[in-house]
Design a protein around this ligand. Structure first.
Ligand code: SF4
Length: 448
């Protein structure tokens, strides 16, 4: 059924809206007062940013608050515990309670596990004993690079596992002031073949700025692949079509490809509606015309896309646009996790039900995948064994390369939503058990 989406010109200039614009947005889009109040209260803790394109092209205002895109970008009731929500509601409207509000916000954020999977401790590389800011090195061949000017997004996702990047707390932020540290690191780590430029969203930068970060990477002879993690194709496809430097960014992509590197745009699409837009499909086509590949990934999140029909439609739309379905991620244990989490058993059901509707070319997709401290773990299935019902799991990627591709099993659970809620079976190989620190070990056995 067609939905009522307000029209907006394709050539509009980018304009972002935040918590201070909630009253203006309420008037424009007839947001009921109780919903607007929740947005203001929860928006004090969770980052909130939306833009004209998302407001006018993607949200069905006749269906709020249940509309999936409204859920995706507007902090709202239920995303935090009721007691926190009450506390924030009481404080946000009271100008005399500014100090108390700051304290409450800090306390609530601290309780939301701002850096899941040990990122702050485990993945920070060093040079001569000093941490290199804005870099993460978890898997042998891949370095993540967070350019300092690319640490915002065209809109923020309420379920973002990097939400802590956006709340103005320098301590919670990864950001490289310049590519110098990265280049130095790459020079001393020839095993790194793949640089993932990420954020935030690197495509928030002007083309000139983006070039100043990508250019030096191309000087590293060992780098074979440059990846750019972005949701701009969904949230601001104008970036590749009508922005004043849209053509320049295509030239930049062509230059990366001409250097002999594989350029992969890791596009984040959460809902098929994001690809209903002609502008988004044109953006994908223009990116592909440069020789870049477009891979698609997104988390499975309750209230937004926890339905096999949604994923089937999404993966089909990606394939039709010429992009490659790549990952369905399991939502990470951070931020409003309780609101968005989907148990692994259900996640596997959704994945498989959607997967079996797909044509072969879309079965490039993998999932559901947990990007956890020891590596990426995929739930391959559920099996009945002599030890009872189990999850069949596999290390898709691993901090220890020797574990990549290795299968293992954990006891089945209807409710477990993350690796550390599982219990390994007794026959788990000791090296895998040792890598899965935090996962309950088999009875009577300890990791070697
Ligand atoms: S676009 Fe990506 S980094 Fe930005 S808020 Fe959404 S999930 Fe997070």
């Amino acid at each position: 059924m067609p939905i009522s989406i307000a029209a907006a010109p394709d050539t509009e200039r980018f304009r972002a809206y935040g918590v201070r614009h909630v009253d203006e947005l309420s008037r424009r889009f007839a947001i009921p007062e109780h919903i607007a109040r929740s947005v203001k209260a929860l928006g004090a803790v969770l980052p909130f940013r939306v833009n004209e394109y998302v407001l006018s092209h993607l949200i069905d205002w006749d269906d709020i608050p249940g509309d999936p895109v409204f859920q995706m970008v507007f902090p709202q009731s239920g995303m935090l515990p009721a007691e926190d929500e009450r506390r924030l509601s009481a404080l946000v409207d009271d100008p005399a309670a500014r100090k108390e509000l700051r304290l409450a916000v800090q306390q609530i954020r601290d309780g939301l596990n701002p850096h899941p999977s040990g990122q702050k401790q485990l993945n920070v590389p060093t040079l001569d004993g000093d941490a290199v800011p804005g870099l993460q090195h978890k898997y042998r061949e891949t370095v993540l690079y967070f350019p300092g000017q690319g640490q915002t997004c065209h809109a923020y996702c309420t379920y973002c596992f990097r939400w802590a990047q956006f709340v103005g707390d320098a301590d919670l932020r990864f950001a490289a002031p310049s590519p110098e540290g990265l280049v130095d690191y790459l020079g001393r780590h020839p095993e790194v073949e793949d640089v993932l430029v990420t954020g935030g969203d690197p495509m928030i930068m002007s083309t000139e700025r983006l070039r100043s970060h990508l250019g030096p990477i191309l000087g590293a002879p060992g780098v074979r692949t440059v990846r750019i993690g972005t949701k701009s194709v969904a949230y601001w496809p104008q970036r590749f079509v009508t922005d004043t430097d849209a053509d320049d960014v295509l030239r930049l992509f062509e230059d990366v490809v001409a250097s002999g590197r594989n350029l992969a745009v890791m596009a984040h699409f959460t809902h098929p509606r994001e690809l209903d837009s002609d502008l988004a499909r044109r953006a994908v086509a223009r990116i592909r015309s440069t020789g870049a590949m477009v891979y698609c990934q997104a988390p499975l999140v309750a209230h937004v896309n926890d339905d096999p029909r949604t994923w089937s439609a999404l993966w089909r739309a990606e394939l039709a646009a010429g992009a490659i379905p790549y990952y369905m991620f399991v939502e990470r244990d951070t931020g409003p996790y309780e609101y968005f989490k989907v148990p692994l058993a259900r996640a596997h059901d959704i994945f498989r039900s959607a997967y079996l509707t797909l044509p072969g070319l879309a079965r490039t997709v993998r999932g559901p995948v947990m990007s956890a401290a020891p590596g990426k773990v995929v739930v391959d299935g559920v099996a009945e064994t002599a030890q009872g019902r189990v999850f069949q799991l596999r290390m898709l990627q691993a901090r220890d390369p020797r574990l990549v591709g290795r299968p293992f099993q954990a006891h089945y659970s209807e409710s477990a939503a993350w690796l550390d809620e599982l219990r390994l079976v007794g026959t788990t190989p000791p090296d895998i058990a040792a890598a899965l620190v935090g996962v309950r070990q088999p009875a009577g056995g300890q990791p070697a």
